[in-house]
Design a protein around this ligand. Structure first.
Ligand SMILES: Cc1ncc(COP(=O)(O)O)c(C=O)c1O
Length: 285
């Protein structure tokens, strides 16, 4: 039996039901998180849950649990499902109410759902790298919110898949923002450069970890906007995210990045990132 959490209760996945007037289902009116689990332990769980509560605040929704309350629930879910290596998906919607664009009154409580999934590490992509396309970033201007509304991201990813690629590198007027499910960084003359954490990107927890690793290991880094031209002339390019970890980008629109394989600084960052995982979750292979 696989358990899921619905509003604080652990139930059998096959018994979980969503009301058709749940605002998450009807409007995408809610926020979500994806947390990595290694050795049965959450990695950067606190950071993800703080961002969840923050995303809720940004859409005027109070999540009715504290970080430690959600953590406890998720730890029980990991135990009950005997999850060793995988992900936790959690989402909070504004709740169930008759369909109306205006927010419902405060007595409507949010719907909280979480489930777990077994997923391996993306070892192959991390070694060989992935191909990408460029795509105009047509999303809204509050990309810092981890909103359930992902149509812009889905359409970008689909375009990449149809081109035989893994990710779409999005840009606004020639300035690179982020991927469809990841943040993008370039490396030029030994320096890691990534878009500033403003309203145009999701401030990835992995991105923040990479910047912390750079600060602690004397690797120059900068949160500065960079252009598609900078991207094309970079020595190395990588994407970062909870599920993709640190994955090198070896091709953009059919053109090789550097010599078309995993670069030395990206490889170094990958090794330092594993150390961070191991600090929180124990040895991984
Ligand atoms: C649009 C977008 N940017 C960046 C990221 C990376 O964020 P994180 O490192 O917190 O997983 C994600 C992850 O889902 C994403 O969807």
């Amino acid at each position: 039996m696989t358990y899921v959490i619905v509003n604080g209760e652990f139930i059998n996945r096959s018994e979980a039901k969503i009301d058709i007037e749940d605002r998450g289902y009807q409007f995408g009116d809610g926020v979500y998180e994806v947390i990595r689990v290694y050795n049965g332990k959450m990695f950067t769980g606190t950071e993800h849950l703080e961002r969840l509560i923050d995303s809720g605040k940004k859409i005027g929704m109070d999540i009715p649990y504290t970080v430690s309350e959600i953590k406890q629930q998720l730890e029980s879910l990991i135990d009950k499902n005997r999850l060793n290596l995988g992900t936790l998906y959690l989402q909070v919607t504004r709740g169930i109410a008759p369909r109306n664009h205006a927010f419902p009154s405060n007595d409507v409580s949010p719907t909280f759902v979480a489930y777990s999934k077994e997923v391996g590490r993306p070892v192959e992509n991390m070694k060989t790298g992935v191909k990408t396309i460029l795509n105009a970033d047509i999303r809204w201007l509050l990309c810092d919110i981890k909103s359930l509304n992902l149509l812009g991201n889905l359409m970008a990813k689909q375009k990449a898949v149809e081109a035989g690629c893994f990710e779409a590198i999005q840009h606004r007027d020639g300035v690179v923002t982020e991927g469809s499910l990841s943040n993008i960084s370039i490396i030029k003359n030994g320096k890691v450069i990534t878009h500033p954490a403003d309203n145009l990107i999701l401030n990835g927890i992995t991105r923040q970890k990479v910047l912390e690793i750079c600060r602690n290991n004397d690797i120059p880094s900068s949160e500065t906007p960079f252009t598609v031209d900078d991207l094309k002339s970079a020595d190395e390019v990588f994407l970062s995210g909870t599920t993709v970890e640190i994955t090198p980008i070896v091709e953009i629109e059919g053109e090789k990045v550097g010599n078309g394989s995993l670069g030395p600084i990206t490889e170094h960052l990958q090794a330092l990132f594993v150390k961070e995982i191991e600090k929180e979750c124990g040895t991984i292979s």
